[in-house]
Each structure stands twice: as C-alpha cells, then as structure tokens.
Design a protein around this ligand. Structure first.
Ligand code: SF4
Length: 283
C-alpha cells in the first residue's frame, strides 16, 4: 500500500505558538494557569496540560470567581468585551490570539466604525467567529453557505464588508464572494482565510483526488478538521475521519492500494506518525 502524507498536516503556526506559550507559562508564569476554553482540540494534549496543573475556564462568570493566576487567551481570540473584562479581573492575561485573527478584529472594528455592516463567512457557533463578531460597533451578519448569502438582504443604501473565518473552505468563500459582489449595495471583500488553511486545503484536495482512501486526523470538535473532511470527501468517497489509532480498526484497508493522510491544525505530529506507522504494519 502506498501512503502519501500531506506536508501541511498538523500544527499550524498559530496553534503551535499558543501551545508553546501554555508550556512556557507552566514553567515561568504566575500560578495557577488557566486557559479560556481548550487551547487545542486534542484530547491527549489537553490531558497532559491538565496533569501539569492547567485548568480550562469556559465563561466570564468563571473568570470572575478567580482572584489569582495567569489566564491565557487561545489562538481563536475573544470579543473586545470579553478581553476588557478579563483585563479587569486582576489576573495576568497572556494573549495568544493568532495574528491572522487579530487582523480580522482590526478590520471589523475599523470598517464598522466607518459605518459598514460586517458579514462574516463562517460557523456562527465557532469561538473564533463569536470573537470576531464582538469587535464590530455595528450590525453583523453571519453566513455559512452560498444559499445564506443569496438570501441575505441588507437595508436599502447599506454598505458592507465581507470577511471569512480563518479556516473557512476557500472555494466556498469564493462562491459567497461572487454572490456578494452581485448585490446592489457598496461592498468590500477581504479574504481572511489564512495561508496555512489555504495551503492545507489545497494539498488535501490534490491528494484526495489521487488516492483510493483518505484519512483526516483531528479532534471531533475541530472545525478546521471537519472542513478538511468536507473537502476530501468531494474528491475521494472513501474519506475517513479519525481521532485516535482505535478508529483505524474499522477501516477496510485491504481494498485500498493508495492511502492519503492529512490532519487538522490541532493535530500533534506524534499522532500523524503513529497513524502512518500503523498503516505501514498493515502492508
Ligand atoms: S489556522 Fe491560521 S489563523 Fe488559525 S491559528 Fe492557525 S495560522 Fe492562525
């Protein structure tokens, strides 16, 4: 069996930076150390961090109960109000919001202050999108599909800026831009799908078209991994989402000659190597 592993599989720059900072704070920061939401969608890494004394807090109400320690904002970022409340808490705040996400916060703040409505192409329930929405001083609309963009009607005379969640499916964003551009109001588009995502999705698409089966490794709750799956399924009907080695057991590898592997931005290299090793043993 031939195995092709995507070069872009695994930790992106932003996730690597955030995880490294958590380990740095474990060594040098004021204790206890908290992260606002899981710093990474990976069970094994989260368990290791927990064993080293890191706790996850999920809401501002939780933060208000704390009176000492270090609170880390993860790569997804938070809304302006959440950040302000955190800074008022008296905890030491370490902000690891990815610079690519920060750039979207700045665009949304600036354009909304100029009077533009903000349209975000993304998943409304994803923390990154909730954070981005919270930097607007005016109306915000979230669309997840071209159909939702089609159906969106802004008030007469409105102007709007369209941005994307950093991990949004680039091809889908391009469809949405096309529809947005045909609307009558004054509009501005900023493609904020990050380079790491663009590269990962393009490589996954290319490999999926060449193989008999495609494995996508990542956390169940990882939005960028789910999007990778969606992209791979379009090119390869035998696409499997796996989180751990156990998930490999149910896949009928005997019927495949060429298997491709990619992984989401929160997937440690170690897991990718373990999957690759296990596949080699099946040869
Ligand atoms: S996917 Fe892109 S924007 Fe998101 S953390 Fe990684 S590098 Fe940053």
């Amino acid at each position: 069996m031939k195995i092709t592993v995507a070069e872009s599989a695994g930790f992106c720059f932003g996730v690597r930076r955030a995880v490294d900072e958590v380990y740095h704070q474990i060594e040098t920061g004021e204790k206890p150390v908290y992260t606002f939401g899981p710093v990474i969608h990976n069970e094994q890494v989260m368990q290791e961090l927990e064993a080293k004394g890191v706790s996850v807090v999920d809401s501002l109400a939780d933060v208000e109960q704390l009176n000492q320690g270090t609170l880390i904002i993860r790569a997804h970022g938070v809304s302006r109000r959440t950040e302000e409340k955190m800074r008022e808490s008296g905890l030491t705040i370490i902000d690891t919001t990815c610079p690519f996400v920060k750039k979207i916060h700045a665009i949304v703040q600036e354009k909304s202050r100029e009077g533009l409505s903000v349209i975000i192409a993304g998943n409304p329930d994803h923390p990154e999108v909730k954070g981005i929405r919270g930097w607007s001083d005016g109306p915000v609309y979230i669309v997840e599909t071209p159909e939702e963009m089609e159906a969106l009607e802004l008030p007469e005379g409105a102007s709007a800026v369209l941005v994307a969640q950093t991990t949004f499916n680039l091809l889908k964003f391009e469809y949405i831009v096309e529809i947005f551009s045909q609307k009558r109001y004054y509009n501005t588009v900023v493609n904020t799908v990050c380079n790491a995502t663009t590269k990962r999705q393009a490589e996954a698409r290319r490999i999926a078209a060449e193989v008999d089966a495609m494995l996508v490794i990542g956390g169940r709750h990882s939005s960028n991994t789910q999007k990778l799956c969606e992209i791979c399924k379009a090119g390869c009907k035998n696409t499997y989402f796996i989180e751990t080695l156990v998930d490999l057991e149910t896949i009928p590898f005997q019927s495949f000659c060429h298997v491709g592997i990619t992984a989401g931005a929160s997937t440690p290299n170690q897991i990718i190597e373990e999957v690759q090793e296990k596949l080699c043993q099946k040869n």
